[in-house]
Every structure is written in structure tokens, then in C-alpha cells.
Design a protein around this ligand. Structure first.
Ligand code: NDP
Ligand code: 8X3
Length: 246
């Protein structure tokens, strides 16, 4: 039976790939991002709407619009997120820190709190969170981004405890390096620097991560995949990346 799948940050990368994968299974989609013009055409009959997860009124309007179009939400994919900069803590700026924490943590919470009560009431639903290897291992220049992704682990753990007995599932899909617009955003539009990140190694592509999301969401109702850590074969940790010639 077709599910109503809501995806935040569907205008690019992993979010877009998730939208394409669920659309291929015939699910009903609600897609949000700030660049709403990019959402049109991803899937026919999708509810596409401008969404800024850092703005509570935008989140409320998006979730209300989604439910109005496609009914109760079966799967929420909390994907919207970003890293901004590679400054060390001593050189960082409050602006970039706030942007990451407001998007990756507070934004995710705002969307989730709008959706979760309906799932608990229906005793059915699946919250998928896109975490990161960065939430498992910190690295210099990534302190705040890593912290924002680490924060998702206790949030997911607590949600599992709080929804125990309701049938609601919570899965964290935590990828290593994925070639998307992520590095371009992190390096503030500097394409050569972004390309360098993946130089000589084979990163994951967004569809690899989407497959994990779709797999988790497709398990029988009694099975919850807690955490999926998915890495490129060429990456063993943030510090161990095999590159041609290395
Ligand atoms: P992209 O930059 O390609 O996509 C990020 C998406 O998030 C875009 O669709 C963007 O849409 C959306 N987004 C950002 N800020 C907001 C906001 N305030 N409100 C709504 N949407 C927002 O990168 P990825 O696909 O790689 O990133 C997706 C997720 O995967 C992120 O959470 C990231 O941290 C995580 N991740 C990425 C990895 C990688 O190596 N690429 C590895 C591990 C995790 P728009 O700008 O239109 O609003
Ligand atoms: C993105 C992966 O290793 O660049 O979450 O932090 S990493």
C-alpha cells in the first residue's frame, strides 16, 4: 500500500535521491526545501512546498499542507542539514555555528514535534534521521557540525524510549562521504575546494544513502533498524581515506 512520505531538504543530494526512490515505489510524497523551484518535477503528484526548517511558521504550514494533500504521515525523512565552514573553534563565527545548530538540530526537532504526535496517536509511523559519521567521530574544523550530528543520537535514543509501545519506529542513517552539494555549501560556493574533498577516492552517491532509507522504511512493522552507518569503501574514518596514489 502506498505510504505518505515527507522529506525535508528534497531540493538536492540525499533528500532528492530519497524522493526519487520512494516515488519509484509508488509512495505519496511531500517535499520541502527553501529552493522550492527545484522540487517541481521530482515526482508527479508530490506536494511540493517552500520549507525553512529553522522557521516554526514555515514548518507548521508545510506539515499542515502535506497532511491536507496526502493524509496522515507514515514516514518522515529528516534530511535537511548543512555544514558551514571548516574553521577551528578558536576561529569560528557565531553566525555559522547558529546556522548549523538551528538547521541540523532545532530545525529537525521542530519538524519532528509537528509530525510525531500524529504518529503516536495512530500507533504507526517511522521517523528517519539523516545523521553522519561526523556524529560518531569528531575532526578538527568540524567541531560544531560534528556536535550537531552527535546531538541527533540522544535525540533518537530518547524518541525510541518515549514512543516505546506505540509502534512508532526511529532510525538514524549515518553516512560517510557522499558527493552532493554538501561540500559546495560547506565551502561557501568554492567549487574547486569542494571537488578536492573527493579527489582520488570514490565517495558514496546520494542514491546509495537513499537505498538505506528505503530499506529501513520497508522492514516489517516489528523490525526497527536503529542505526545504519554507511561508508564509502574508500573511507574508514574521517581520518582514513584511501586516495589514488596514497
Ligand atoms: P545537499 O547540500 O546536497 O542537500 C542539503 C539539503 O538540505 C538541500 O535540499 C537544502 O535545501 C536542505 N536544507 C538546508 N537548509 C535547510 C533549511 N533551513 N530548511 C529546509 N531545507 C534545508 O547535501 P546532502 O544531500 O549531502 O545533505 C543532506 C543531509 O545529509 C544533511 O543533513 C547532511 O548533514 C547529511 N550528510 C551528508 C553527508 C555528505 O557527505 N554529503 C554525509 C553525512 C551526512 P535548500 O537549500 O533548497 O533549502
Ligand atoms: C558529512 C560527512 O565526514 O564531511 O556529514 O563530516 S563529513
Amino acid at each position: 500500500m502506498s505510504r505518505h512520505v515527507v522529506i525535508t531538504g528534497a531540493s538536492s543530494g540525499i533528500g532528492r535521491a530519497c524522493a526519487e526512490a520512494f516515488a519509484g515505489l509508488g509512495d505519496r510524497l511531500s517535499l520541502g526545501a527553501r529552493r522550492a523551484d527545484r522540487l517541481a518535477g521530482i515526482a508527479s503528484d508530490a506536494f511540493c512546498s517552500q520549507l525553512d526548517v529553522t522557521a516554526a511558521d514555515s514548518v507548521a504550514a508545510f506539515v499542515d499542507g502535506a497532511v491536507e494533500r496526502h493524509g496522515p504521515i507514515d514516514v518522515l525523512v529528516n534530511n535537511a542539514g548543512l555544514a558551514r565552514g571548516v574553521e577551528k573553534i578558536a576561529e569560528g563565527t557565531g553566525e555559522a555555528w547558529r546556522e548549523m545548530i538551528e538547521t541540523n538540530v532545532l530545525g529537525l526537532l521542530e519538524v519532528t514535534r509537528r509530525v510525531l504526535p500524529q504518529m503516536i496517536e495512530r500507533k504507526h509511523g517511522h521517523v528517519v534521521v539523516i545523521g553522519s559519521i561526523a556524529g560518531h567521530k569528531a575532526y578538527p574544523g568540524g567541531g560544531v557540525y560534528c556536535g550537531s550530528k552527535r546531538a541527533l543520537q540522544p535525540i533518537c535514543e530518547a524518541m525510541r524510549m518515549e514512543t516505546l509501545g506505540t509502534g512508532v519506529r526511529v532510525t538514524s542513517v549515518d553516512p560517510g562521504m557522499v558527493e552532493t552539494e554538501f561540500s559546495l555549501v560547506r565551502f561557501r560556493g568554492d567549487q574547486p575546494k569542494a571537488d578536492q574533498v573527493y579527489d582520488g577516492m570514490r565517495p558514496l552517491v546520494a542514491a546509495d544513502v537513499a537505498e538505506c532509507v528505503v530499506f529501513a522504511a520497508g522492514r516489517p512493522a516489528h523490525v526497527n533498524l536503529d542505526t545504519i552507518l554507511v561508508m564509502p569503501t574508500d573511507q574508514a574514518s574521517p581520518f582514513h581515506v584511501h586516495r589514488d596514489g596514497s
